[in-house]
Design a protein around this ligand. Structure first.
Ligand code: GRF
Length: 237
């Protein structure tokens, strides 16, 4: 198994809590991806220390050290190649990547966004969700394409908006769910169960039983206890 695990590099800019969740999931040798490196565009990203403490190679590639956005992305690309990366996971990476870079890694680069896309692309999603008065919020993992927060969706998780929530409370509730969703989605991509084809995500059917007599579209193990549809249907408030 270990030789087939997909070599994954995580790109961060800050706190790194999603990165930490991916590292934790990949510490299980049965997980289909291994985290071989973490790259940050910020030398002071808190996530760097966390990755180092877990024995993961880290690299800082800052924009200020490069003359243009293209040169910056070329340096990141060179680092990814040196890591022999097969998958790139953006986890709070706060820069828009150049089209050439995105094109090169398309289908192999994924991102987590703290909203149910296509709603609330961009920043400040929780405050905007509260201002809009929505009752169901959530998070999305998607393949990265050249339009920001616009690529084909791999997985989503819904989170209720509670009466009295402020942006911080809602963000904390969504973040907890992000930490479950991102490892699930990375696992799907690493196993080839979620692939990007012709601008869409193709999800494999998951064999439910060893004899393959039944299959379901989505019931990966980490969420299996919640696959009861009535359980999944949440009504708020
Ligand atoms: C997360 O909310 C993620 O969805 C968004 O940026 C935030 C990063 O947080 N893209 P962390 O660095 O993973 O803690």
């Amino acid at each position: 198994m270990s030789t087939q695990r997909k070599r994954t590099v995580v790109l961060i800019s800050g706190r790194g809590s999603n990165m930490t969740a991916l590292i934790a999931a990949a510490s299980d040798p049965a997980f289909p991806a291994e985290i071989v490196g973490v790259i940050s565009d910020k030398a002071d990203a808190a996530g760097l220390g966390i990755a180092k403490a877990r024995g993961i190679a880290t690299q800082v590639i800052s924009r200020a050290d490069h003359g243009s956005k293209q040169a910056h992305d070329a340096a990141i690309d060179a680092a990814l190649v040196a890591f022999k990366a097969e998958i790139v996971a953006l986890a709070g990476y706060m820069r828009i990547l150049t089209p050439g870079f995105v094109q090169k890694w398309q289908g192999r680069m994924i991102n987590i966004h703290p909203a149910l896309l296509p709603a609330f692309k961009g920043l400040d999603t929780h405050a905007r969700a509260l201002a809009a008065g929505i009752r169901i919020h959530g998070c999305t993992v998607h393949f990265v394409t050249s339009e920001m927060d616009d690529g084909p969706i791999i997985a989503q998780a819904a989170v209720p908006v509670m009466v009295g929530d402020n942006a911080d409370a809602l963000a904390a509730r969504v973040l907890k769910t992000e930490h479950r969703l991102y490892p699930l989605a990375l696992g799907l991509v690493a196993e080839g169960k979620a692939r990007m084809e012709a601008g869409r995500t193709v999800l494999a059917h998951f064999a439910d039983d060893a004899d393959n007599s039944t299959s379901v579209v989505m019931a990966p193990d980490p969420l299996r206890e919640e696959t009861d549809l009535e359980h999944l249907a949440r009504i708020t408030p």
